[in-house]
Each structure stands twice: as C-alpha cells, then as structure tokens.
Design a protein around this ligand. Structure first.
Ligand SMILES: Cc1cc2nc3c(=O)[nH]c(=O)nc-3n(C[C@H](O)[C@H](O)[C@H](O)COP(=O)(O)OP(=O)(O)OC[C@H]3O[C@@H](n4cnc5c(N)ncnc54)[C@H](O)[C@@H]3O)c2cc1C
Length: 816
C-alpha cells in the first residue's frame, strides 16, 4: 500500500512541477523526499530507486553540474545537427514582431496580454471617410461595365479616388496623406470589396509598395519628393519583384543592376545599369513610378570591395529611357491594372535606390519587413469585405427566393452553406480587425500575416463558393445584374499573390513560426552562431523545461484537470481554455516533430502544413474570442461564436490528429497521442441547431445581420449605381409582413379556393383579393413587394453575337 501511495505522490508531484515549469530543484526535492520516506518506512527498494532518480536528475537539473558535465557535449551535437540559417531566411526571421503568436507557441498563453491590446475604434475623421467617401466610391462602380465594357475603373472614379486621398491612406498627414490607422485602412478596403477591381486598385498603393518602402526606408529627399505626390495620386506606384523565372522563390530573381558611370541630366554620375524582365505587376500599365527589386553587382569595385551586393530596391520614373511599360495582362475575373515591365540597359543614378546608396543590398530585408504589415491588411480585408457582402446578398436572396412554396433560406440544405459562409465571414472580420488593432499598437505581426493571408483568402474562396451555390443560376449568369460571379472568378488572384497559398501554408506559417515565435529555438540558433555555451545552456535547458511543461499541461488538461483560469465570460471560457490546452499540445508536438524529423522537416511540407494549421486555427479562435470579449454582442451572436469556435477547434484537432498519424517515428507519435488526447478528440463539428439559428438570423432583418454587414455599401445614394444589398435590406425589412400573406395565398390555392390556372404569384394575389382573402392594403403592398422580388430574381440576356469580340468570327447558326 505504501509503495502505491509513494508512486502516486512522486508522479503527482513531478507532474505538478512540470506543469508549473518550476524547474529541476523542486522535482529533485519530490524524488528525494519520497525516496527517503520509502527507505525509512519499509519500502527500501522503491525508496532507493527514487533517490537514484533524484540523483540522476541533479546532473541536468543543477546548472553548475550540467554546465560542466552535459552542456558542452550537447552543444557539440547541436552545432553539427542544427540547420544553417541562410541570409534570406535570417531576414525573414528577423522581420516583424512576435505577439499573440508567440504566446500560442509557448503552450501557456496569457490571455490578459491579448485583451490588453485595447480597441479604441476609429477616429471621427476615419468614420466619416468610411461612411461618406467609401460609399461614394462604391456607388460609382458598375461591376459589369468595369469588367467587360471598359476593362478599367471609370475616369471619374480614378479622379475621385485621387482627390479624396484613397491612395495615401498610409501616408502621414505631414506629407498630405490621410494618416489612417490600420483598422481604418482595413475598414475602407472591406467596404470597397464590393468591387474587386476597386479594392485592388486602392489596396495595392497602400501596401507593399513604394509608399510603404519610402516611409520606412526612404531618404528625406525621397520622402519630400514622392510622398505628397503619392498621397494625392499625382504619382501612381507599382512594385516589380516577380519575373518569368522568379515567382514564389523571389530571391532567385535574375534581374541585375551593375554599378557603372553614366549620364544623368547632362552630367556623368555613378549609377546602375539595369536589365530586367518583370511580369504580373499590379498597376504597372498606368504607374508613373516603378519600385523595382534587382540584384546589385559592383564588378569594377566602384563602391567598395564587395562584388555581389545583394537584392536592392530602387524607384524609377516611368519615362526613364530603356523601360518598356504599358502592356497589360488579363487577370481572371477582374480587369485591374496589371502588366509586364521590361528594362534594357536602363541607367539610374545611385540615389534612386530607396534609402540611398547605403541601402544597397538591403532590399530583401526591406520587403519582408513591409510584408509583415501589408500582408495582414490588404488581402485579408478584401476577404473579410467579400464575406460581409456575401452574407448580405446571400441572406437576402435566400429569403426572397421561394421554391416549393417556401423561402430557400428555410431549407436545411441551404442553411448549411449559409451558416458556414456566415461563420467564415465572422471569423475573417474578427481576425482582420483584431490583427489590425495589434498593428495600431505597434506590432508588426510577421507570422499572423502569413496566417491571415492564406487562411482568409481560402475563406474567401469558400464563402463565395457557398454564396454561388445558394444563388444557383442567378449568380451563374453573368451580366450587369450579377453581383457575385465576377468576384467569384477573381478569387484565384487573392489565392496566388503576396505568397501563393500552397507555399504559405506548407512552408511559411510553421517554417517561419517555429523559429520566429518559439520561445527558445531562435535563442539556441543565436547561441550556436555566437558559439556561446552559457547562452546555449540557458536556452536549451529552458527548452527542455518547456517540453516537459507542455507535456504535463496537455495531458492534465486533456483529462480535464488543472484547467487554466481565463478572463472571459461563460460563453467564451470553454473555448479559451481549450485554446490553452491545444496550445500546450501544439507546443509539445511542434518540438517533437522538430526533434524527431530534424532539419528534414523543411522538406516534409505536409507535416509542416498541419502544424501550421493547428497554429492558424488557434490564432483565429483567439481573435474571435477577443472580438467577442470586447464587442457589443447582439442576439444570436452567441450561436455564431459557438459555431465559429467549434469549427476552428475541430480543425485544429483534426490537423493534430493527421500530424500524429503521419509522424515517421510511430512510437513517438503514439506516445504523443496518449499525452495530447488522453480521452480522444474533444471537438465535433457544430450542431445543426446552431446552423439553423445562424441561417435564419442572417436571412432576416435582425440585429445580427445588421451587425455583420455593417460598414458595407448598403444605401442607395442619388445618382449611384444599382445597389442590390440596399434592395435586399429593404425587402427583408418588409418580409415579416409579406410571409403571412404568401402563406395565406398558398394555403388557399392548395385547398382549391383560388382558380387552378392562377399559376403566377401575381395572378394568385389578384385572385386572393377578389376572394376577399387579402385586404386592398395588403394587395397593394404585395404587388410592390413581388415586383421588387421578381426584379431581384431577373438575370441578363444579350444579343446573339454580344460576346464575340471578333464579329467576323461569329457563326450564325440557322436557328439564330
Ligand atoms: C494578378 C497578379 C498580380 C500580381 N501582382 C504582383 C505585383 O504587383 N508585384 C510583384 O512583384 N508580383 C506580383 N504578382 C506575382 C505573385 O506574387 C506571384 O504570382 C506569386 O508569388 C507566385 O508565383 P508564381 O505565380 O510564379 O507561382 P510559382 O512560384 O511558380 O508556384 C507554383 C505553385 O507552387 C507552389 N509553391 C512554390 N514554392 C513552393 C514551396 N516551397 N512549397 C510549396 N509550394 C510551393 C505555389 O504555392 C504555387 O501553387 C502578381 C501575380 C498575379 C497573378
């Protein structure tokens, strides 16, 4: 009996020490005390074993001992085995900051840190801009005309965008820009997402381009010259990195800038002779100034000893001799300005380098640093904005579209994709706004930028697929009345640009996150580089403590013991606790994968992607919880929170299971499964009852629907293009009155109280009026309502040869 009690006490004590990461000394204490009790009170064998275990633990556990006996050996092994970090990788690793992503990696996130990033909302000026200027701009867009008739935004819209400063949202007021916060910039882009071409045309100059590079790295003269001109649209920028040979692997670009002497403004100066071929450059066809990335060489050593100076960024005016610019590519679904740029022996002075000659070779670092902010905002905001409109349009359409005598929104088969798209849009809103809030607090979230870019653009694809399915033929038929089809066909653009999604998911999120956010890996690598044994010892044994701590936390919390206290209300608490549990499980599995697969993990992308998926889903859940805790939640929003968190945690667990099912070391994988899921999986997909609740709420005029589609273009202004969202909102506002009339008429028709030949709703209405089943007032209301419904159901048709751009190639079939 005493033996059993001692084993229990020793194990329990050790687990508690591990869970608290209290260090080796208390663990040695547990073993020594239980050992002594065993030896003194009748179980000498067990007591001796415990004392031996305590002594063995003292070697790694007592710093003075281990530094002498263990650390030098481990350091030598690590020195050989650890991957070498290339300069390119180092730039990516050093870019940006670590915030909530680091907490998730630690295995014991401190939620208060996330909540401490207060959200103070938008300024009055930003709010007015979103309400007014964005509505005006959105109201000037006729998607069909832009995509198919002019393949451009209308001139009046370009002028308006320039005049109102849309291209200078990130430029500070002192240079004539709007100086908007990240949240405001995101809100603007979300509203403009009503039209993909508009969103991209405004998003790109405010992100990852000359404006941002100049702000961060430009010389004062460059800032003074360009920033005011970029802010008011006198200059339209583009940025050329990609070429035929260098896409995802952008650092392999073969474009060169050779240091040489040349003529500039009638004077001989030191400069660069550029030869380059770029493609897919957004805004290039109309750009007045080109940001260009190239590899800089100094073969004649005119600047110094180095021959290969590395990737460099310069700003080149459009009319510079030798540059061919102006041709267009034709991106799928959206005719935003995009085209190639070719340069042959283009000579520029050295001070065209962004930041001046001293920034030669710093181009890649500059780009990845900018990526950490821009990539959090532009495309994720586009995705979130698309989500808002998709809820508005699809909720509206599914309510007014009646089949089988009922709105399709009341059919469970339709409710499933409707709720799913709503949840994706809800998660996207939370992720993009809360991450923008982190940026407004000074963070430059590098790993979250990869998470948001890839996850939210995938959401966008799923949201639009669900919206298309629910709209059926209404959205399949292209034409001026179709508000969905062009955006749907443009989705691959968001998926591909700013780090194509397959690469971002497989390579970057975990590959970058593992090193960047891990509490110890970067320190271990730095110690290796510096050959600093003491620093290595501290990092390495801290790392070991973390592994044991995560194992204990994951196992105990998996058993439902020692749940962390979290600062959330009772609705959100179970999810926050489980994010903490899965964070410990993730931390442990990440370490296990890195140790067992080693540097080969870089190539085992399917494993790396699943680890990235766990991190991504935990990050997104955290953002949803943060938004919930901060927000003015409305009726039915709890259903959406449950649905969203369950979906995300289900996905996180799924990724964890798939990781463990595929980890090459099977014994390790089985042990990990026992530790991280001692009672099996915890999360199922959301219940049907949640699906029904959400679908109903977004297809009716409810506070939840109004909240989810807030800050969209939803008012029909005078002289503006047709606004389907405003029209759906108006129909939904009257739906409660229309539905009982529909039902009464259908019932009467089914009972034979109305003429059998009254097949059209309009005919039945008149027959019902004649039969005294509806009042004159209701009949008047319904005539108008039905007219509007029919108009919203109507699709376009065209002349037989309308789609042929070469009329002489049209085959006039006999029937035509
Ligand atoms: C419409 C449009 C606008 C653009 N705008 C600009 C711009 O303004 N400026 C600019 O410089 N560039 C721009 N680009 C280029 C864009 O950034 C690249 O298309 C993108 O980086 C991917 O390169 P790629 O298309 O050549 O794909 P590739 O690099 O050829 O990749 C092919 C596939 O392989 C995957 N892949 C590649 N490497 C890996 C890996 N290691 N692991 C897993 N999967 C991998 C990719 O995810 C992709 O699915 C634009 C592109 C388009 C289409």
């Amino acid at each position: 009996m005493l033996q059993f009690i001692l084993i229990l006490v020793a194990l329990g004590g050790l687990l508690e020490v591990m869970r608290r990461e209290a260090g080796a000394v208390p663990a040695i204490g547990v073993l020594v005390i239980t050992g002594l009790v065993g030896v003194l009170f009748g179980t000498p064998i067990l007591g001796t074993l415990l004392l031996i275990a305590g002594t063995l633990l003292a070697i790694p556990g007592v710093p003075a001992l281990r530094r002498r006996l263990l650390s030098p050996r481990i350091f030598a092994l690590f020195d050989k085995a650890a991957p070498k970090v290339s300069d390119t990788e180092r730039s990516a690793l050093e870019a940006g900051t670590v915030s909530w992503d680091g907490e998730l990696f630690s295995g014991k996130p401190t939620w208060q840190r996330l909540l401490d990033y207060r959200d103070d909302g938008l300024t009055e000026e930003e709010r007015t801009f979103i309400d007014h200027q964005c509505s005006v701009a959105a109201g000037m867009c006729n998607g069909w005309e832009i995509a198919r008739e002019r393949a451009d935004l209308p001139e009046a819209l370009w002028d308006y965008l320039k005049k109102e400063g849309f291209f200078g949202m990130i430029i500070p007021k002192q240079y004539g820009g709007l100086g908007f916060s990240a949240k405001a910039q995101s809100a603007v882009l979300q509203k403009l997402a009503v039209n993909e071409t508009l969103m991209v045309s405004v998003g790109v100059p405010n992100s990852l381009g000359p404006g941002e590079l100049l702000l961060k790295y430009g010389t004062q003269a460059q800032k003074d010259h360009y920033l005011p001109r970029l802010a008011d649209g006198r200059e339209i920028p583009c940025f050329g990195l990609t070429g035929p040979r260098a896409g995802s692997d952008a650092t392999s670009l073969p474009d060169t800038g050779i240091v040489c002497r040349g003529m500039h403004n009638g004077e001989e100066v030191l400069g660069l002779r550029l030869n380059f071929e770029k493609r897919w450059i957004t805004l290039a066809p109309i750009a007045t100034v080109v940001g260009l990335a190239f590899r800089m060489f100094d073969p004649e050593h005119l600047l110094g000893e180095d021959t290969d100076l590395g990737i460099t960024c310069a700003l080149i005016p459009r009319d510079t001799e030798g540059m061919e610019i102006g041709r267009r590519h034709h991106p799928v679904g959206s005719p935003f300005m995009n085209g190639p740029i070719v340069g042959k022996d283009v000579f520029i002075p050295l001070d065209y380098i962004i930041g001046g000659p001293s920034m030669a070779g710093q181009g890649w670092r500059m780009l990845v640093e900018c990526l950490s902010v821009g990539r959090c905002i532009t495309l994720p905001s586009g995705a979130s904005g698309v989500g808002r409109y998709a809820i508005g349009w699809t909720g509206g359409y599914s309510r007014i579209r009646r089949q089988f005598n009922m709105p399709v929104a009341d059919m469970e088969g339709v409710q499933e994709p409707l709720a799913r798209l709503t949840a994706h849009a809800y998660i996207a809103q939370a992720a993009v706004m809360q991450t923008a809030n982190l940026i407004d607090h000074g963070e430059k979230p590098a790993v979250p930028s990869a998470i948001l870019k890839s996850q939210l653009t995938e959401f966008q694809r799923n949201i639009l697929a669900d919206a298309m399915d629910i709209h059926g033929g209404r959205a399949v038929t292209l034409g001026p009345r179709n508000y969905l089809g062009l955006g749907w066909s443009a989705v691959p653009v968001s998926i591909t640009v700013e780090g194509a999604n397959i690469m971002t998911r497989n390579l970057m999120i975990f590959g970058q996150g593992a090193i960047r956010c891990h509490p110890f890996v970067l320190k271990e690598l730095a110690a290796k580089e510096a050959q600093d044994l003491r620093a290595f010892d501290k990092a390495f044994f801290g790392h070991i403590g973390l592994i044991f701590g995560n194992a204990a936390r994951a196992w105990l919390q998996g058993l439902g013991i020692g749940r962390p206290s979290v600062p959330f209300d009772e609705v959100a608490t179970p999810y926050a606790r489980d994010v903490s549990r899965l964070s410990a499980a993730f931390g442990l599995c990440a370490d296990a994968a890195m140790i067992s697969v080693g540097s080969g993990l870089k190539k085992r992308e399917m494993l790396s992607a699943r680890l990235g998926d766990v991190l991504s889903n935990l990050y997104l859940t955290s953002m949803v919880l943060k938004q919930w805790q901060a927000g003015d939640n409305v009726e039915h929003e709890a259903a959406l929170l449950h649905y969203s968190c369950r979906t995300l945690l289900f996905r996180a667990e799924q990724a964890l299971v798939e990781l463990l099912d595929n980890l090459p070391n099977r014994a390790l994988a089985k042990s990990l499964k026992f530790i991280v899921m001692p009672l099996g999986r915890r999360w199922e997909k959301p219940q049907d009852s949640l699906t029904r609740d959400i679908a109903k709420a977004v297809s009716m005029d409810t506070p939840l629907r109004r909240k989810l589609i807030s800050d969209t273009w939803d008012q029909q202004g005078p002289g503006q293009q047709d606004n389907p969202l405003a029209r759906y909102n108006a129909l939904l506002a009257e739906y409660e009155r229309a539905e009982p009339i529909y039902r009464a008429i259908s019932k009467a028709y089914a009972k034979g109280e109305l003429p059998a030949e009254a097949l059209h709703p309009e005919q039945r209405l008149e027959a019902a009026l004649d039969a005294g089943l509806v009042s004159e007032d209701d009949a008047r209301f319904m005539r108008h309502y039905e007219r509007e419904v029919l108009d919203m159901l109507t699709v376009d048709d065209f002349a037989f040869d309308a789609f042929a751009s070469h009329k002489d190639k049209v085959v006039w079939h006999d029937a035509a």
